[in-house]
Design a protein around this ligand. Sequence first.
Ligand SMILES: [Zn+2]
Length: 231
Amino acid sequence: MQLTVVGCSGSAPGPESSCSCYLVETDGYRLLLDLGAGASGPLQRYVPPTAVDAVILSHSHSDHSADFTQLWRLRLVTQAAPLPVIGPSDMPEVLRNNPDCWTPSVAKPGLLTMGPITARLARVEHGECWATRIDDALCYTADSQPCAALDELARGCRVLLAEASGFDADGPMTGHLAAGDAGRLAARSGANLLVLTHLRAWQKPADLLAEAAELAGCPTILAQQGLRVAL
Ligand SMILES: [Zn+2]
C-alpha cells in the first residue's frame, strides 16, 4: 500500500502545493482522501481522472472539496462509471446533482469495505467532519481539535497523517490541531511515523515540524506535494 500526497496546503493553496488531497493505492485500487482547491491538477500526475475508484470526503470546506467541480469536468468527457463518494451529509452541490458522475453516500461511524481496503470513519470535532483509518496502516485526522474519537481512531496506526494548523503558543485551537497536538496524538497512538499536513502558507513549516517532532516519539516529517510513503 502506498500514500501519495497530492496536496497538503491548509485553508488555501500555497505556492508549492494545492489544498488537501491524498491518494492511497493498493492492489491496483485507488482511493482519494479529500479533493481540495487546486488538487485536480497535480492529481493527474499520479492517476488518470477516470481511474480513481472511490473518494472519502472528510468535510465540505473548500480546502477539502472545491475540486470536485473540476474532477466532474475532467470525467465528463469520458465514459467513466459514476464514482462512489463517501462524505458528510452537507456534501457540495456538484456531488448531489450529478448522478451520472457520482454516487454519493453519507458517512457513518464504523467499518467500510472498499475494494481491498478496509476503512474506518470517525466523526471528529470540526463541524461535520470525518477522520479516516485505513487498515492498521494509516490514520488521517482531517480537520479536528483533539478529541476522544480521534484518539480512538488513531490508536495503533503505523502512519499518522495529521494536520498541523498552528502552534501551541497560540492557545487551544477550535476545530484544529496545533503542531504540538499532532505530536502528542502521535505519541499516544504509538505511530511509527508522523506526517504533518494542512500546512498554512503563512506559517513556517520548519517551526511546525520542530514543535511536533519534540513530542511525537517517532520520526516526524512534513507533507509536500508528491511525497510518497510506503504503508
Ligand atoms: Zn481544512
